[in-house]
Design a protein around this ligand. Structure first.
Ligand SMILES: NC(=O)c1ccc[n+]([C@@H]2O[C@H](COP(=O)([O-])OP(=O)(O)OC[C@H]3O[C@@H](n4cnc5c(N)ncnc54)[C@H](OP(=O)(O)O)[C@@H]3O)[C@@H](O)[C@H]2O)c1
Length: 281
């Protein structure tokens, strides 16, 4: 039955947002998709078909990665999209070590562990140059802004790991780094959930109004200017299907112009503008 599909891609974090949009668009371009999520139920609404396999996966657990890789053994898996991730936002001064650690466990260590879990299958199945590893970084993997220290550090690490991996794998398996700006997904709701008691912690500190302003501003910016998850997914799928894949995919005008400004503006000016923008006096 599965033999009719001759190329499979595994995607992490398919329960919502970019991951969910990727499932549909990869399938639409002829890929078989191994759609993964922490909660099986969150994938229940995916239209069934010979080109879909639903597998539970939490990238922070070695046994979960092992079971997911075992579940793909009979497929011609040749591509991986490491999409799972979240943002642990907040002023660094008030960030707990465990919050920073958990951010890295998912966005960095989980991403590399997933890469290592599926690379042997991709190596075995893909012809030279046919395999793909796609790592979801962020504009915040190229520059840093207030409130995003932990997340930005994790995405800088994703970029570093991907650039190293690209050199280590060479042209056999191209590695693509995706650098989105604001995308309209559940990302910002998850940020609020990951905050926990941060709104209480910031009370009577210099960050109280900064956190509140961040919450209102970032949500409004994404709502008004953010790209749709489907449009972001379309750019990723284009890179996935490209005969000569790009090294980087910058997604969104905000990502592009922020990177240009960061490169061209004097550091003092960039930092002054960011402090001002985030209400830091
Ligand atoms: N939205 C943006 O503005 C934006 C901008 C730049 C980069 N990105 C990056 O794009 C990627 C996708 O985010 P999104 O915007 O689509 O947000 P989203 O809708 O919140 O989706 C994030 C996905 O990651 C999954 N996930 C989180 N921790 C996981 C873990 N330990 N194991 C497996 N899956 C896990 C979530 O699963 P659960 O449902 O189980 O939590 C969810 O499916 C992330 O890497 C994010 O950093 C997003």
């Amino acid at each position: 039955m599965k033999a009719s599909i001759d190329r499979w891609v595994l995607i992490t974090g398919c329960s919502s947002g970019i991951g969910k949009a990727l499932v549909a668009q990869c399938r639409a371009t002829g890929w078989g998709v191994v759609a993964t999520a922490r909660k099986h139920a969150s994938l229940a609404d995916l239209p069934p078909g010979d080109d879909l396999r639903v597998v539970p996966l939490d990238v922070t657990y070695a046994h979960s990665l092992q079971s997911a890789s075992d579940a793909c053994k009979d497929l011609r898996l040749i591509a991986l999209i490491n999409n799972a991730g979240y943002g642990q936002m907040g002023p660094l001064e008030l960030m707990r070590p465990e919050e920073l650690r958990t951010q890295f466990e998912t966005n960095v260590i989980g991403l590399q562990a997933a890469t290592n879990a599926f690379l042997p299958l991709i190596r075995k199945n893909a012809k030279k140059g046919e395999g793909r590893i796609i790592q979801l970084a962020s504009v915040l993997g190229r520059l840093s802004i207030p409130m995003s220290g932990a997340y930005s550090a994790s995405k800088h690490a994703v970029v570093a790991l991907a650039e190293t991996l690209r050199m280590e794998l060479g042209p056999d398996i191209p590695v693509i780094i995706v650098e989105p700006g604001a995308i309209q997904t559940d990302f910002r709701q998850t940020v609020m959930a990951a905050w926990g008691d941060l709104p209480q912690r910031v009370k009577d500190t210099v960050y109280e109004s900064v956190v509140e302003q961040y919450r209102i501003q970032r949500e409004a910016f994404a709502r008004e200017h953010g790209m749709k998850a489907e449009d972001c997914a379309a750019m990723i799928v284009k890179a996935l299907n490209a005969r000569r894949p790009p090294r980087r995919v910058i997604v969104g005008r905000d990502s592009y112009w922020a990177q240009v400004a960061h490169r061209l503006a004097p550091a003092a000016l960039f930092e002054w503008a960011m402090r001002r923008n985030y209400g830091l006096k």
